[in-house]
Design a protein around this ligand. Sequence first.
Ligand code: IPE
Ligand code: IPE
Ligand code: MG
Ligand code: MG
Ligand code: MG
Length: 295
Amino acid sequence: MVHTIEDRIRIVAGTVSVKLKEYIHIKDPDMDRVIEAMDYSLSAGGKRIRPFLVLSVCDMLSGNRKEAMVYACALEMIHTYSLIHDDLPCMDNDDLRRGHPTCHKVYGEATAMLAGDALLTYAVELVASQPDISAEHKVLAIECLTHEAGVMGMIGGQQMDLNGEGHTMSYEKMTKMHSLKTGALIKCACRLGAISASVEDSKKLSDLDQYAEGIGRVFQLVDDILDENSSSSELGKPIHSDVKNKKTTYLTFMPAEMAEQLADVITDKAVEALKDYPNNEILCDLAMYLKKRKK
Ligand code: IPE
Ligand code: IPE
Ligand code: MG
Ligand code: MG
Ligand code: MG
């Protein structure tokens, strides 16, 4: 049976969601509230694009799928933590996420903050505690996860995003901010797929980085357009959050139609990086899907 890219993403999302549920099955009544908050945000849905990327890169490079699934879940935990904190009143102050009230609306700010922290640390523990993954791969994976989520990655990008509130940053700075706040975890996904396939070849890694850099930029570009032009029922999160918070986005610099044309150019370049790889179809289809996505 031929699956569309949307079908494939949905199927992987289902498998990843089951796995995540299994991993968060920690039982201690004293910690119930924070564990429930972690599970609430993880189970609320989400497209699971980063896990899909980890697994698709693993498949393209004939890697170990079981290992890649662990990395995929760890990365989704870190991504979910970034969303919980991004929505807090001291950050974007948003009330809806993945079609449900945000974590802090249900559990309060303090527990939401702890749930985010716990998802980050648990992601690292999850990878470190796998008996079937080699020590060498675990170190590489943890280095990648913590670097890309950290101050020179997603956190750095979120700080730049805060720095830019209320005044327009330069186009170059905005591009750097996007590469970090959104691109870093997407690059991490591709790198984790490569680790599961024991790929160390620097040409292959830089091709994957080029692909990731392109789709990461387009991912945030589309997010900025959807924030302006979509509806909260379709997106599962509030619209006009960027205007509310006086953010610098692609739409600060150009109309949506021009931003869409730019997305075409960046996507073509991203896909070009993988042109010589056999079995690159799913990653190419994913890049096309991400620039056209409606949620
Ligand atoms: C939203 O990410 C945050 C950004 C980096 C733009 P997603 O659009 O992947 O959110 P979910 O995981 O599907 O909810
Ligand atoms: C956030 O970007 C990226 C993260 C690191 C969470 P946004 O603030 O634009 O993400 P949304 O629109 O709230 O999902
Ligand atoms: Mg934000
Ligand atoms: Mg936000
Ligand atoms: Mg946004």
